[in-house]
Design a protein around this ligand. Structure first.
Ligand SMILES: [Zn+2]
Length: 315
């Protein structure tokens, strides 16, 4: 379990490290079921959203552009633009069009309540509409303990972490022509959800980092399968990363990526193309984890997404 840490002024590299921890969505608010559970401080208040709060798939159209998706925080849209469409943008971000006119976009956990979807048609005529993004109520625990200061990492950790962050940054920057972004995802492992996306602890009024992935409780050695087609952009096979352990990152194309943390081992290598459902590794508790589980995180161009909104409901 990764707790928030305080660093002295000037510890620039550690601030970078913290942002990357958040980027990969280290397990903070909750954890897998196995192993010794983390000490849970006295809970003052808990807000638990009902699963039914998730937005149902919705569809719409503007100027010949059709789209459908889960229009809520952590969700996504996919759409098609007529041949010759000059530009499609969402919230000011230009969306690349595939050769068949298909595009993809997704909504951050903290996305605003509406974003402008703008289209410039082949004729040069422009149209725009406000796309409503339904807010979510996240599981927030207010705990009556101070943020743990944590012990300052030693020089060796710092040096290793910088190298790891460089690899993660390079992996995120790589874009493949994978087409997994077009698919409804499969759950990468069987097992109950032991940690929800978006959950957050407030330590005496001071917010901790939210949980940027979903935890699936699965036994050591359980299979991990690719949720969608992709290209392996990072496989920490030889040496586990200090926090993520044996980490695997898949690029699904169009800026959509999956990360799998704490694996016991990986069976694919960097550069491999994987198909949806292909075995990619096994569940473990490498890196900073209190028990075997799979932490699965999805991102789209820096936005953090809820895997529950991408995978088919049947598990
Ligand atoms: Zn987690």
């Amino acid at each position: 379990m990764i707790g928030p840490k305080a660093f002295p002024a000037g510890a620039q590299s550690m601030r970078v490290a913290l942002s990357a921890i958040a980027m990969l969505g280290a397990c903070g608010a909750s954890q897998g079921s196995a192993g010794s559970p983390p000490a849970v401080p006295a809970t003052v208040q808990t807000a638990q959203p009902a699963p039914s709060a998730l937005a149902e798939p919705a569809a719409g159209a503007i100027g010949g552009v059709q789209y459908r998706g889960r229009l809520t925080q952590g969700g996504w849209i996919r759409g098609t633009a007529p041949k010759g469409t000059q530009l499609v943008s969402l919230g000011g971000t230009t969306l690349p069009l595939a050769p068949d006119g298909t595009f993809f976009a997704a909504f951050d956990r903290d996305a605003p309540a509406s974003l402008v979807l703008a289209v410039t048609a082949a004729s040069g005529f422009s149209l725009s509409t406000e796309l409503a993004v339904a807010p979510r109520s996240w599981r927030i625990e207010s705990v009556n303990v101070a943020k743990r200061p944590g012990k300052l990492p030693d020089a060796e950790f710092k040096a290793r972490r910088e190298a790891e962050l460089a690899r993660i940054g390079a992996a995120r920057a790589r874009e493949s022509d994978a087409e997994g972004w077009r698919q409804t995802m499969l759950w990468p492992a069987a097992g109950r959800i032991s940690g929800e996306f978006g959950a957050q602890r407030i330590y005496r009024g001071e917010p901790g980092a939210y949980h940027a992935g979903i935890d699936l409780a699965a036994p050591q050695g359980a299979e991990i399968r690719a949720p969608a087609d992709g290209v392996v952009t990072l496989a920490a096979s030889a040496a586990p990363f200090t926090l993520e352990g044996h980490l695997l990152i898949l690029d699904h194309g169009m800026g959509l990526t999956s990360a799998f943390l704490h694996c016991s081992d990986l069976v694919v290598q960097e550069g491999d193309t994987v198909m949806q459902g292909q075995l990619i590794g096994h569940v473990g508790m490498t890196g900073r984890a209190t028990g075997p589980h799979l932490h699965w995180a999805l991102t789209w161009r820096g936005r953090r997404l809820d895997p529950r909104l991408f995978a088919s409901p049947s598990r």
